[in-house]
Design a protein around this ligand. Structure first.
Ligand code: ADP
Ligand code: ZN
Length: 524
């Protein structure tokens, strides 16, 4: 360590420079650290990459005794322990992936006072053995990482986190620090309530990621669009860019990774169905090989420390704004320009009516559905992406000026008449024939195409047949997507994805409400 450090009076600053090699604290780190060292509870809300770890690692090294860190992911724990050991900090973890022998040795070291930072899974703390051991040692603090896992309405709910409220009852004198990168005001309140932290001081930093650019496009031909996007990113830099492509299913990660490889890119698939060794190898390759694209389910990302990820692409719409924020937040952690790109379409809208997991309470399903609908509205919206995203986290900002929507300007084209044609077609089919159809057939009717199905159902005799021949299929699909996302139409996901009117469509049909889109989005 540099000699000058000897002169630093403040023990926290000394640890920061001598152990971690950093010059100064970032954001609220110093205040949080002083607060915890003084023995108080805290809740820290900081975006991914904001520097949450130091908030408990520094006090752990300043205070006497052992700090216990609760973490939901074993891989993440191991990574942190390895990192700390490299820095010369006596750290260890107790988890189910280790042998009984390893865990036994860690327990012995703990009892000897040879561990300063102990990472544990929440299951361990709700068992009998670990709490008994902790009663026998001096504790400096509890850190509860990824604290939003306690939120029943959140996207990462872990039932074991619910038992962590016992920490305050069993060890009332040990300060507790909850940390998360995923907190709306409601989640923050839920963490405080469920972990029993009513006295905790809340530290919040801005969730804005100024170096991230948000872009959302309507799905047309995903494969071509994705490849073109990545090539465009590669053209702007000197080297091929590293990036992550998120998909909704395992099968899709494999399919898309192979598309990308066929286009000459280096791409790997990653999902929870791969065995451990495979996952490790691919993760390492992604981190070390420049220009590698990881095509993954959300199983990938937590705890991946790769600062130079140049883009995060979503080819399926994530389930919530929190998920989107967290996943896109993995781009540009080095502070250099990075892009969050997403492609959305009717298949994403159709998924809105399909529950992700049948094993859930009605209330939880409803919350999930609302969260997903908010995501779709975000896709369909033409206001500043950053503004909408931050508003979700309770932050008000002016339009950013450089997201796709800011650059494209306001919707300039009145498409009310086209919308009326489309809605009328749905209405006529239902009123006159008692039929419901999906997007493709509706568009065939509007464009006056004499397809087999049109003949079969005698749809040439409908008054709406051919009234939309001035628009291309692509234009109609884009308008339809907008109308469904804004709930002027609903799409049924049972089988045929048929379309039906909603109450909101009535004022449009009666010309009491006008619909605007951007000419550029509708294309020629
Ligand atoms: P989080 O847990 O909030 O996602 P981390 O604690 O992993 O973030 O920190 C993100 C990165 O920022 C790490 O590489 C870390 O070393 C670095 N970092 C954190 N605090 C500081 C600081 N005060 N000065 C310099 N680098 C820091
Ligand atoms: Zn903007």
């Amino acid at each position: 360590a540099p000699v000058v450090d000897q002169n630093i009076e403040d023990p926290a600053s000394r640890v920061l420079s001598q152990v971690f090699g950093h010059v100064s604290f970032r954001g609220p780190q110093q205040t949080v650290i002083e607060h915890v060292i003084a023995g108080f509870d805290a809740l820290v809300l900081m975006p991914t990459g904001g520097g949450k770890s130091l908030c408990y690692q520094v006090p752990a090294l300043v205070l006497d005794g052992v700090a216990v860190v609760v973490s939901p992911l074993i891989a993440l724990m191991h990574q942190q322990v390895e990192h700390l050991l490299r820095l010369g900090v006596p750290a260890a973890s107790l988890d189910s992936s280790q042998s009984g022998q390893d865990n036994f040795q860690t327990e012995q070291a703990l009892l000897r006072g040879d561990v300063k930072i102990l990472y544990v899974s929440p299951e361990r703390l709700s068992g009998q053995r670990l709490p008994g051991l902790l009663d026998r040692v001096q504790l400096s603090l509890f850190a509860i990482d990824e604290a939003h896992c306690v939120s029943q309405w959140g996207h990462d709910f872990r039932p074991e986190y619910m038992t962590l409220s016992m920490l305050g009852r069993r060890w009332p004198d040990v300060p507790r620090l909850a940390l998360t990168a995923s907190a709306t005001e409601a989640t923050a309140q839920e963490i405080i309530a469920r972990l029993g932290l009513p006295e905790a001081r809340v530290f919040r930093t801005s969730f804005d990621r100024p170096n991230l650019d948000y872009r959302i496009v309507a799905k047309d031909d995903v494969r071509r669009q994705l490849v073109r996007f990545i090539q465009e990113i590669n053209h702007t830099g000197h080297d091929p860019a590293s990036g992550i492509v998120y998909c909704a299913s395992r099968a899709r990660t494999e399919q898309i990774a192979s598309w990308l490889r066929d286009s000459g890119l280096t791409a790997l698939a990653y999902h929870a169905g791969l065995d451990n060794a495979d996952r490790q190898t691919r993760q390492r390759q992604f981190i070390s090989q420049p220009g590698c694209v990881m095509v993954a389910t959300i199983a990938f990302g937590m705890g991946i420390d790769k600062p130079d990820v140049r883009f995060v692409a979503h080819v399926d719409v994530p389930r919530s704004m929190e998920g989107y924020f967290q996943e896109t937040g993995r781009a540009g952690r080095d502070g250099q320009a990075a892009v969050a790109w997403m492609c959305w379409g009717l298949d994403d809208v159709a998924r809105a009516s399909r529950p992700s997991d049948q094993q859930q309470s009605q209330q939880r399903l409803l919350v999930q559905q609302q969260a997903y609908e908010e995501m779709l509205a975000f896709c369909a919206s033409s206001t500043c992406r950053r503004q909408t995203l931050l508003a979700h986290f309770g932050e008000a900002i002016a339009p950013c000026g450089h997201c796709d929507n800011c650059l494209a300007g306001s919707p300039d084209m009145d498409v009310t008449i086209a919308a009326q044609k489309l809605l009328s077609a749905v209405y006529r089919l239902w009123r006159e024939r008692g039929q419901r159809f999906g997007a493709s057939h509706l568009i065939d009717i509007l464009r006056g195409r004499k397809t087999r199905r049109v003949e079969e159902f005698d749809h040439r005799t409908l008054s709406v047949f051919g009234i939309g021949c001035d628009w291309s299929v692509r234009q109609w699909r884009r308008l339809l997507l907008q109308l469904v996302a804004e709930r002027f139409l609903v799409m049924d996901d049972e089988g045929y994805r048929t379309l039906a009117l909603t109450d909101a469509s009535v004022p449009v049909l009666k010309s009491q409400r006008r619909i605007f889109m951007r000419a550029a989005d509708l294309g020629g």
